[in-house]
Design a protein around this ligand. Structure first.
Ligand code: SF4
Length: 590
C-alpha cells in the first residue's frame, strides 16, 4: 500500500490515537508506519538497531525493534526525585542508561514494546511528560541552564514554563492511551469519536516540529539563532523589560533535496514582557496557517520566513497581536558554552556545571556518571538542569557541601574540566550510528578520539585556553549544530566527512565549506593548518571566531547541494527499493 502523507495521518488520527491501543494489546513487535508518525507526538520513536540489521536479516529474523522515549522539562529542570525516577525507569525498562538531549530533555533507549506503556506512565507519574517531546508541535522549550539568581535568569525559566503550558497539546489521547489502564480498550476502540480540535494547533497540528528557546545574554547556551523562534531578554533597571524576538533558524537539510539548507534566525521585533506569550502564539499560528504542508522537507518555518521575506512575516505576526512591537535590540553574546565548574549562584548558594561526555549518563567507561549522579541525587537531593550542550548543572548547593561533592565526583572518576582544553568543553557530536536511522557516518562513537588528536594539536600550539567550537554530525541534518561551529564535520558516507570552518563561538555566523570529502583519519591533518595559521597570526587576545572573520571570506555556505551527488543517488536507490517492496505481493501468512 502506498505510504500516506503525514498530513492525512494526522487528519484521520482522532486526536493522535491511530491504532496505537490495539497494537499495544496485540502480539505485534512494532507499530505500523502511520502509528510511527503519531507515536512521535506522544514522545517516542520506534527504532531498530542498525548494527544488527544485516545479521538478523540473514538469520531470517525481524528487525531488533525498540523505542526511544523522550521526556520534556521546561529549561531542562528536574528535581532529585525526578532524576532518580528516570534512572530507575532506564534500569527497569531500558538499556540502563540515560541520554541528555540537545533540547534539555532525557532520552531512555531500548524500551521494548511490552514496557512502552509503563515507561511513559512512570515518566508522567514523576510529574514530567513525554507529550510533545517529538512530533509536529512545539518541542521542549529551552532556557539558560545555569539558574543564576538574577531577574533575567529567573524570568527566562518562568517564561519557559509559561510557553510549555501554552503549547502543550490538549488531546486526551495521551492520558487514555498511556495512563488509563484496563478500560482503555473500550474507551478507545468502541467509543471512537471525532476528537475536538486543539485550540492552537487545530486538527492538523503544525506542518513540522517547532523549536523555541529563551536566551539571557551574554551566554547563548541555547543556541538561539538555530531555533524557529527565539526570545532574548533585555533588562532595564534590574528588571526584564522585554524580549527581542528572532525567527526562522534551523539546521536540518534533507538527504538529496537540494533546496533544503541551514538558516540562522533573524531578528523580528522587540516586545514588552506582557506581550511575549501573545507574540509567541502569533508566530506559531502564522507557521500553522502558512507553513508548507505539501512537502515536509520544506515545512519548517525557516522556509516560510525565507520564501515570504522577513517583512511579510513581521506584518503577518503583528496583525495577529494586540500588543505593540518595537525595533529589535542589539544582541551581544560571547559563548554558546555552559557554565561548567563551580559558580556563585547569587543568593548565597552555589551551582556546579558537570561535563558529561556526549550527554551519556552511563557507567560504561572509567567515568561512572550514572553512579555519581545517582549518589548526588540521593545524598544531597540537588535539583538539576540539563544543558543544551548535554551537560548537567546542579544548583541550590549549600557551600558547606562543596568539598564532599568534589570528593564524590573524584571517587567516580568524573573528569574535572579544569584539565580540559577550552575547545573540549564545548565540543559536541550527534548520536548517529547505531540508533539514528538517518546516519550516513559515525559521529558520537568516533568524536572523542578525533578530539583527543585535536586537543594534542591545540596544546602543541599553546591554544588550549582558546574557546574554539568543534561540532560533528553523522549526516547533513545538523542535529549537533555543526553549521555555526568554528569548525564542523558533517558525515556524508561511512568514514567520510565534509569539512567546514568559519562559524562562531557565539553561535551567530554560519560556516563555510572548506573541503567536501575528507576521510576520518585525515581530519586532524585538515584542522592543523587552520589552527597553526591562527596561532601564528592572531592579535593578542583575539578569539578564533574573530580572527577568522577578520582575515577570511568564508567558503560556500552549507547547502544540500554539497551532499547532493551522493545523497540524491542514494535517495533514488532507496525510493526504488521501497517502491519495489511495496509493489511485491504480500507474503502469505502461515
Ligand atoms: Fe542522525 Fe546525527 Fe543526522 Fe541528526 S545529524 S539525523 S542524529 S546522524
Amino acid at each position: 500500500m502506498p505510504k500516506r502523507s503525514v498530513e492525512d495521518i494526522k487528519d484521520e488520527s482522532r486526536g493522535l490515537r491511530g491504532t496505537i491501543v490495539p497494537t499495544l494489546h496485540s502480539d505485534a513487535t512494532h507499530f505500523t508506519d502511520d502509528d510511527y508518525q503519531l507515536l512521535k507526538f506522544h514522545g517516542t520513536y520506534q527504532q531498530d538497531d542498525r548494527d544488527l540489521r544485516i545479521e538478523r536479516k540473514r538469520a531470517g529474523l525481524d528487525k531488533a525493534w525498540s523505542f526511544m522515549v523522550r521526556s520534556k522539562m521546561a529549561g531542562g529542570e528536574c528535581t532529585a526525585d525526578q532524576y532518580l525516577q528516570h534512572d530507575d525507569i532506564a534500569e527497569d525498562l531500558g538499556v540502563g542508561n540515560l541520554r541528555i538531549t540537545t533540547r534539555q530533555g532525557f532520552q531512555i533507549h531500548g524500551i521494548l514494546m511490552g514496557g512502552l506503556k509503563d515507561c511513559i506512565a512512570r515518566i508522567k507519574d514523576s510529574g514530567l511528560t513525554t507529550l510533545g517531546a517529538c512530533g509536529d508541535v512545539v518541542r521542549n522549550t529551552m532556557s539558560p541552564a545555569a539558574p543564576f539568581d538574577d531577574a533575567a535568569h529567573r524570568d527566562a525559566q518562568v517564561l519557559a514554563e509559561e510557553m510549555t503550558e501554552l503549547f502543550l497539546p490538549e488531546t486526551d489521547s495521551y492520558l487514555s492511551i498511556w495512563l488509563n489502564g484496563e478500560k482503555l480498550m473500550l474507551d478507545e476502540e468502541e467509543k471512537a469519536t471525532e476528537a475536538p480540535a486543539e485550540p492552537i494547533y487545530g486538527k492538523h497540528y503544525l506542518p513540522r516540529k517547532f523549536k523555541i528557546a529563551i536566551a539571557v545574554p551574554p551566554r547563548n547556551d541555547v543556541d538561539v539563532f538555530t531555533q524557529d523562534l527565539g526570545f532574548i531578554s533585555h533588562v532595564v533597571d534590574g528588571e526584564v523589560e522585554g524580549y527581542t524576538v528572532t525567527v526562522g533558524g534551523g539546521f536540518g537539510m534533507s538527504h538529496g533535496k537540494t533546496v533544503t539548507r541551514p538558516y540562522l534566525a533573524q531578528p523580528l521585533f522587540y516586545v514588552k514582557r506582557a506581550h511575549v506569550l501573545e507574540a509567541a502564539e502569533a508566530v506559531v499560528t502564522t507557521q500553522r496557517d502558512y507553513g508548507n504542508r505539501e512537502d515536509r522537507k520544506l515545512a519548517r518555518m525557516k522556509y516560510l520566513v525565507a520564501s515570504k521575506g522577513i517583512d511579510w512575516f513581521r506584518q503577518e505576526v503583528t496583525s495577529r497581536m494586540k500588543g505593540e512591537t518595537f525595533p529589535a535590540k542589539e544582541l551581544v553574546f560571547d559563548t554558546v558554552g555552559d557554565a561548567l565548574g563551580w559558580h556563585e549562584q547569587g543568593n548565597g548558594k552555589l551551582l556546579l556545571g558537570v561535563w558529561i561526555e556526549e550527554g551519556r549518563v552511563a557507567d560504561a567507561t572509567s567515568a561512572k556518571y550514572r553512579s555519581a549522579m545517582r549518589e548526588l541525587a540521593e545524598k544531597f537531593r540537588l535539583p538539576l538542569r540539563l544543558t543544551p550542550n548535554c551537560n548537567v548543572i546542579y544548583f541550590d548547593i549549600d557551600p558547606k557541601d562543596k568539598d564532599a561533592i568534589d570528593e564524590l565526583l573524584r571517587r567516580h572518576n568524573i573528569p574535572h574540566t579544569d584539565e580540559f582544553t577550552e575547545a573540549r568543553k564545548t565540543a559536541h557530536a550527534c548520536v548517529a550510528l547505531p540508533t539514528c536511522g538517518l546516519a550516513l557516518a559515525e559521529s558520537e562513537r568516533v568524536f572523542p578520539s578525533l578530539m583527543d588528536k585535536i586537543d594534542g594539536i591545540l596544546r602543541e600550539l599553546k591554544l588550549e585556553k582558546e574557546a574554539i567550537l568543534f561540532r560533528m554530525t553523522g549526516c547533513p541534518n545538523g542535529c549537533a549544530r555543526p553549521y555555526n561551529a568554528d569548525i564542523g564535520f558533517v558525515g556524508r558516507a561511512p568514514g567520510k566527512y565534509a569539512f567546514y570552518v568559519g562559524g562562531s563561538i557565539r553561535g551567530d555566523r554560519l560556516v563555510g565549506l572548506e573541503e567536501k570529502t575528507v576521510p576520518f583519519d585525515e581530519l586532524p591533518g585538515k584542522v592543523r593548518p587552520v589552527l597553526e595559521e591562527y596561532a601564528a597570526n592572531r592579535h593578542e587576545g583575539e578569539s578564533f571566531t574573530d580572527y577568522w572573520g577578520r582575515t577570511h571570506v568564508n567558503g560556500e555556505e552549507p547547502s544540500a547541494d554539497q551532499f547532493h551527488v551522493e545523497l540524491a543517488a542514494r535517495a533514488e536507490r532507496m525510493a526504488a527499493a521501497k517502491a519495489a517492496k511495496e509493489a511485491a505481493p504480500a507474503p502469505v501468512q502461515g
